[in-house]
Design a protein around this ligand. Structure first.
Ligand SMILES: [Zn+2]
Ligand SMILES: [Zn+2]
Length: 163
């Protein structure tokens, strides 16, 4: 069971589509929670929201991926596509930077990859160097485009999921 939590002004059609895709990848129920405002105390004057702060504000009891269109950063990083609690319950993904040079199909493809990646962390996976594995670390949209939206065999076996 995975919950998607839209934060603030989020593209509803995109989130509904994402839920359907994640159902297929994780072979589990994926529900979409009602939208809540993005926590304003996580906003920085640099014009971005602190991803660790957002995660800390999510009071959830099930595995939850918050989705935002706002730009995120984390300590020591100019920006992040998302962040997750390793082996925990909470993660956040932003599609703000994923829109760069993307049409709708490309945006969906990138969002799916980063959503699967962050949920992979929630399921206990660390970064993976197998070419094409969704758990490859991506620091740019070009790197996002180079990987697939799927876990490699090794990562699949670690989380005990059928590919
Ligand atoms: Zn990661
Ligand atoms: Zn892998």
């Amino acid at each position: 069971m995975i919950q998607l939590l839209p934060l603030g002004a989020v593209d509803k059609e995109l989130v509904a589509w994402l839920a359907g895709e994640l159902r297929g990848v994780f072979k589990t129920e994926v529900s979409v929670l009602p939208t809540i405002p993005i926590p304003q105390d996580c906003y920085s004057r640099r014009g971005q929201y602190n991803s660790s702060c957002i995660i800390s504000k999510l009071g959830v009891k099930k595995r939850t991926l918050a989705v935002t269109s706002e730009d995120l950063y984390a300590r020591g990083l100019n920006f992040v596509f998302g962040e997750a609690e390793l082996g925990g319950l909470r993660a956040v993904v932003s599609y703000h930077r994923l829109k760069f040079g993307a049409d709708r199909e490309k945006l969906k493809e990138r969002l799916l990859k980063e959503a699967v990646h962050e949920l992979g962390h929630v399921f206990g996976l660390t970064h993976c160097k197998t070419p094409g594995c969704v758990m490859n670390f991506s620091s740019s949209v070009f790197e996002v485009d180079l990987k697939s939206s799927r876990f490699c065999k090794n990562c699949v076996s670690k989380i005990g999921m059928s590919p």
